[in-house]
Design a protein around this ligand. Structure first.
Ligand code: FAD
Length: 340
């Protein structure tokens, strides 16, 4: 076995997903030297096997064992590639923790990532669903993604346009087994207007007694809000929002709002975005529990594992929630995490 990676057969995966559900991988490889990736993928025992690259497992749900190769990327390293008076080009490796990258950039006087503070997971996973929170998405600061393209067997660098990102979507999510992301480059300004008009940021800054906020203050406000609103996966298994906010036509949104005037509706590039949490709560699911699978009592969009739930039980609950929303509102919810 190469020193660049470590291969384990029949490896438990419960520590590798934030739902903490039981599952095993036929083969698990932890790789710290990425130049060995092509070699790892062409070994007799790995070639032609299904492949899953995992970060911290904060956006996956295992409903069964994975009969293939799971790769964990352990390569780390953040650096500044170029800078001028206005902006800075930052390079971060796939194995870096996302929130550590946010703080690393803030500590160097850079802004742009403050609203994305405290999103769990690794840098390599961030482009997959174009992570977003508090009115900001990764696509706004992403310059390029470095990856190994399994289809052509080559290292590639994709521009932001090639990543084709939209709300919780990208080219990587559409073709999940094609690219193994190894690093990203971001372009971050030294100064930019702060985005404060989203979900309680201004109120939180006021309660922090901050009258003239900087990017670090916004990061602190967002972190405080997130700690209060979202259950901590270290305490109770979950993957954050389980469903995407549905986007519907303007006409459908108007009809729904006429029938349900309190339904929150937001502008979206291709229609109107509805609050999935509101739809689920209106169907009475908030705080629901059956055995150890449940819905958080803090946030109706977050499904939780109270202890010993299996992934199949959580998925079955998710399908019941989806069906009840469809029946009551005629809207089909789409899961946000990858269901395996
Ligand atoms: C409490 C909580 C709150 C959350 N809040 C948010 C939020 O506000 N906004 C948001 O967008 N998300 C949120 N999430 C979801 C999650 O944190 C993000 O999607 C995150 O980017 C996942 O990172 P990860 O390393 O855990 O990826 P994983 O869950 O390990 O993987 C997710 C997907 O990315 C793929 N992948 C991972 N790494 C690579 C790689 N290097 N190359 C190719 N494919 C890869 C996996 O195969 C999988 O399909 C939240 C999750 C939790 C638990």
């Amino acid at each position: 076995m190469s020193e660049a990676y470590r291969l384990v057969k029949n490896a438990p995966l419960d520590r590798h997903s934030t739902f903490h559900v039981p599952a095993r991988a036929a083969l698990l490889a932890e790789i710290n030297n990425l130049t060995a990736l092509p070699e790892l993928l062409t070994l007799d025992e790995t070639r032609d096997k299904p492949l899953l690259v995992l970060g911290d497992g904060s956006n996956v749900l295992f409903t069964q064992d994975f009969h293939g190769l799971v790769i964990l990327i352990a390569a780390h390293g953040m650096e500044i590639l170029e800078e001028d008076a206005a902006s800075t080009r930052v390079h971060a490796s796939a194995g870096d923790n996302w929130n550590e990258l946010v703080h690393w950039t803030l500590a160097r006087g850079l802004c742009g990532l403050e609203n994305l503070s405290l999103i769990p997971g690794r840098v390599g996973a961030a482009p997959i669903q174009n992570i977003g929170a508090y009115g900001v998405e990764l696509a706004e600061t992403l310059a390029t993604v470095e990856a190994y393209d399994r289809q052509i067997g080559e290292w590639v660098q994709l521009t932001r346009e090639a990543c084709d990102m939209s709300y919780r979507q990208s080219v990587f999510k559409r073709q999940p087994e094609r690219w193994i992301i190894t690093a990203v480059e971001l372009i971050l300004p030294r100064s930019a207007p702060l985005k404060l008009d989203y979900a309680g940021i201004r109120e939180e800054l006021t309660s922090m007694k901050v009258a003239r906020p900087n990017a670090m203050d916004v990061s602190n406000a967002v972190s405080r809000l997130r700690r209060r609103k979202l259950p901590d996966p270290a305490v109770i298994g979950n993957a954050g929002s389980f469903f995407k906010n549905p986007v519907v036509s303007r006409l459908d949104a108007e009809k729904l709002q006429t029938a349900h005037p309190e339904l929150p509706v937001f502008d979206a590039p291709d229609g109107k975005k509805l609050s999935a949490a509101w739809l689920i709560e209106a169907c009475g699911w908030r705080g629901f529990r059956e055995a150890d699978a449940g819905v958080s009592d803090r946030h109706a969009l977050v499904l939780v594992n109270h202890g010993k739930a299996s992934g199949a039980q959580i998925w079955s609950l998710a399908q019941r929630i989806r069906d009840s929303v469809q029946e009551k509102f005629g809207i089909r919810l789409e899961p946000e995490p990858r269901i395996l």
